[in-house]
Structure formats: structure tokens, C-alpha cells
Ligand binder design. Structure first.
Ligand code: NAD
Ligand code: ZN
Length: 357
């Protein structure tokens, strides 16, 4: 038996107001007068957080448009611009939701690796460490702050640059930064974490390491979305730790059916990760009966709309494209359904599931 020896984030700071320590934390990582580049989610343009970014020398804020999830073309273009403008940079600091964090990780890697980020979509294809990179989440749930991947949509697939060089060198977990997230978005991204827990805990890859983190994350999600009646600071604090623990849980296991199906939606229709997972989870009673029941309760309790009928007008070719992307996620299916998953999840069965969404 070969156990996975995985690389983790090097440094973690957690606490309300921890953002104020960023200047001090990154100082030793400055290389001469090469700049630190801060990727700030475009939501924060003109907001107080933008003026709190600790700029020095040639440092620059790049407001990143996350209307669509990160693409390999976008990563390549930003890396090329930075190389043209500065030659080298001291590091990249991503401040935002999962999309901004992924963009920061990918660009940091592409500052030191030749070619296109599309060449590195897969497992362990990245060969050189990138530049110093810091992740500062402003939405809680994806676990992108702890994961060893950065999910990119490329010319032929949606797949991460999954490698030991991908995790952040430093993360700054400051729950205060999540306070202005709209309720729907907070729920969709928070459910990403809830679904990570269900898929990990119900999966065949589960071990005690994953279970310990998954159970804790699930408990925190329940405190926030089931027990509380109004959102407060404690909810932001708890959901940020749920995201971290949920990410740690899947580091040693894998996600499952909701993610495998949601990847197809995202590839074809551009459906965003959090909401896509919710759209799928709504129809997964057969695979996760207790989790889906609780999910529906949380949707109702938090007054959230989950879109329905998004596959209503698709052609057979489009269904085929989604099915191909989804069935390509082999480790996810194996985790969810076991080694014989191909006998269980046939194309017909998956076609029927997409039809319901
Ligand atoms: P997101 O980063 O796509 O952001 C969603 C929206 O929320 C955007 O409009 C953004 O501007 C806004 N936003 C962000 N922070 C805000 C705040 N504090 N207040 C108000 N608005 C705010 O959303 P997400 O759900 O965090 O991330 C989804 C992305 O993460 C997808 O691209 C997905 O592929 C990726 N992902 C990566 C991993 C990983 O391990 N690398 C895991 C899961 C998901
Ligand atoms: Zn996810």
C-alpha cells in the first residue's frame, strides 16, 4: 500500500484583522526591488480593502475579473504582461474568492514554468516552483486556500494544475474579509464545503485523516446553515474554518458525484462551481440520501434559490460533451461508487441525471 505524501501550505495565520499583518509577513520575501503583485477580486475595486493593501515600491494591484472562472488563456496573458512589465516579481498575493485564489496560484507557477498553463493541466506536470504566493480568502467554502490544485478551463478541458508546487506558501485567514458577501453567494460557496464533506465522508477513499477533518467541517457547516437564524460574526469565523477543514478532508480523499456532474455543466455552460454543485446536489438522493435531505432543508431555511431546468434545451451533442467531461473525472467516480463505477454510472444513467437538472 502506497500512502500519499502530500505537500501542504507552509504558513497559516488565522484571526479577525490578520490582514493587517500582511505587510510584515511578506517583507522577508521581497526580492530587491522586484514588486509584489496583489490580485484583488474586482468586487473590491473602490472598496476600503483596496486601500488597506500594503503597497511598497513598484508593487501593483491587479483587479481580477472573476465573472467567469479562470481560464488558461487568462493565466497566460497575465503572466506574460507581468514578465513584460517587471521581468521578475517578488511574489503574487491573491485576495478574493476561489477564482482569485486559483488565478494567483496559477500565475505564480507560470512566472517560472515555460509554455502555456494548459500544458500543465493534470497531475504532477509542473516541474519548477513558482514565485512566492500568498492566498487570502474573502469567501469561505472552496478549500482553494489549502488545496494542491488550481482549477482552470483550458482549450480542451477543465482541469487543475495539480502538483506539489501548487499550494500557497502562506495563507491569511481573516474572517472579517467575508462579511459583505451576498447571502446567495455565501450559501453557494459554503455549500461547496458542505458537499466536499458529504462526498468525502461517504466516499470509498475515506480514512481517519479525512474523516477527522470532514466531520469537523460538517459540524461547522451545520452550526452556520442549520442552527443559526441570523448571520453574525461567529458564522464568518466558523465558515472560514469549515472551508479549511473541508479542504484538508479532501486532500486525503476525493470529491464525488456532485462535483463530477457539476464539472460537465461548468465546461459546457460556464455554470460556476458553487451554484453548479448545488444544482446537482438537489437531485442526488440516490447517492447521498441523508446529505441531500439536509441540503434541501438548508436551502429552504436560508431562503435560497437553486436554478432548475438548465439542461432543458440542450442538443444531444451538448449532452454528449457534458457526459464526456464528467466521465473523465475517474478518481471522483471511483471514490463515490467504488472500483466498478463504470458498471454503475453508464452514459445512459448520466444522461438521465443531466436531463433532470
Ligand atoms: P468566486 O471566487 O468565483 O467569486 C464569486 C463571486 O463573489 C464573484 O462575483 C466575486 O467578485 C464575489 N466575491 C468574492 N468575495 C466577496 C466578498 N467578500 N464580498 C462580496 N462579493 C465577493 O467564488 P468561489 O465560490 O469562492 O470560488 C469558485 C472558484 O473556485 C471556481 O473557479 C472553482 O473552480 C474554484 N475552486 C477551486 C478549488 C481548488 O482547490 N483550487 C476548489 C473548489 C473550487
Ligand atoms: Zn468544490
Amino acid at each position: 500500500m502506497q500512502f500519499r505524501n502530500f505537500k501542504m501550505v507552509d504558513y497559516v495565520v488565522y484571526g479577525r484583522g490578520a490582514f493587517n499583518q500582511v505587510d510584515e509577513i511578506i517583507a522577508p520575501h521581497r526580492k530587491g526591488d522586484f514588486p509584489m503583485i496583489f490580485f484583488l477580486d474586482h468586487f473590491f475595486e473602490g472598496k476600503p480593502l483596496a486601500s488597506r493593501v500594503p503597497l511598497r515600491g513598484k508593487d501593483k494591484i491587479v483587479f481580477v475579473d472573476v465573472t467567469y472562472e479562470p481560464k488558461t488563456t487568462q493565466v497566460d496573458a497575465i503572466a506574460a504582461e507581468l514578465k513584460a512589465a517587471f521581468g521578475e516579481v517578488s511574489g503574487i498575493v491573491g485576495i478574493g474568492g476561489g477564482s482569485t485564489l486559483d488565478l494567483a496560484k496559477a500565475v505564480a507557477l507560470m512566472m517560472k514554468n515555460p509554455g502555456s498553463s494548459a500544458d500543465y493541466q493534470g497531475w504532477d506536470l509542473v516541474k519548477q516552483a513558482g514565485v512566492y504566493k500568498v492566498g487570502i480568502p474573502t469567501l469561505s467554502g472552496t478549500g482553494a486556500e489549502v488545496s494542491r490544485t488550481t482549477v482552470l478551463t483550458g482549450p480542451t478541458r477543465k482541469l487543475g494544475m495539480n502538483s506539489d508546487f501548487t499550494p500557497f506558501d502562506q495563507i491569511v485567514l481573516d474572517p472579517e474579509l467575508t462579511k459583505d458577501a451576498p447571502a446567495n453567494q455565501r450559501f453557494y460557496t459554503g455549500m461547496d464545503c458542505y458537499i466536499h464533506c458529504i462526498e468525502s465522508l461517504e466516499g470509498t477513499f475515506l480514512n481517519e485523516f479525512s474523516k477527522s477533518y470532514g466531520e469537523k467541517a460538517l459540524e461547522l457547516c451545520r452550526k452556520v446553515f442549520v442552527e443559526k437564524n441570523t448571520w453574525d460574526e461567529e458564522c464568518d469565523d466558523q465558515l472560514m474554518m469549515a472551508s479549511y477543514a473541508g479542504g484538508m478532508s479532501i486532500a486525503y480523499s476525493q470529491v464525488g458525484v456532485a462535483h463530477a456532474v457539476s464539472y460537465g455543466l461548468s465546461y459546457l455552460l460556464g455554470t460556476k462551481h458553487g451554484i453548479g454543485n448545488c444544482i446537482v446536489m438537489n437531485h442526488l438522493e440516490e447517492y447521498y440520501p441523508a446529505g441531500v435531505k439536509e441540503f434541501k432543508h438548508m436551502v429552504a431555511k436560508n431562503n435560497i434559490d437553486i436554478p432548475v431546468g438548465i439542461c432543458a434545451n440542450l442538443s444531444e451533442e451538448q449532452f454528449d460533451a457534458m457526459i464526456n467531461v464528467s466521465l473523465g473525472m475517474k478518481p471522483l467516480w471511483e471514490n463515490a461508487l467504488g472500483k466498478d463505477w463504470e458498471q454503475i454510472m453508464t452514459r445512459e444513467k448520466l444522461r438521465a441525471l443531466y436531463n433532470k437538472l
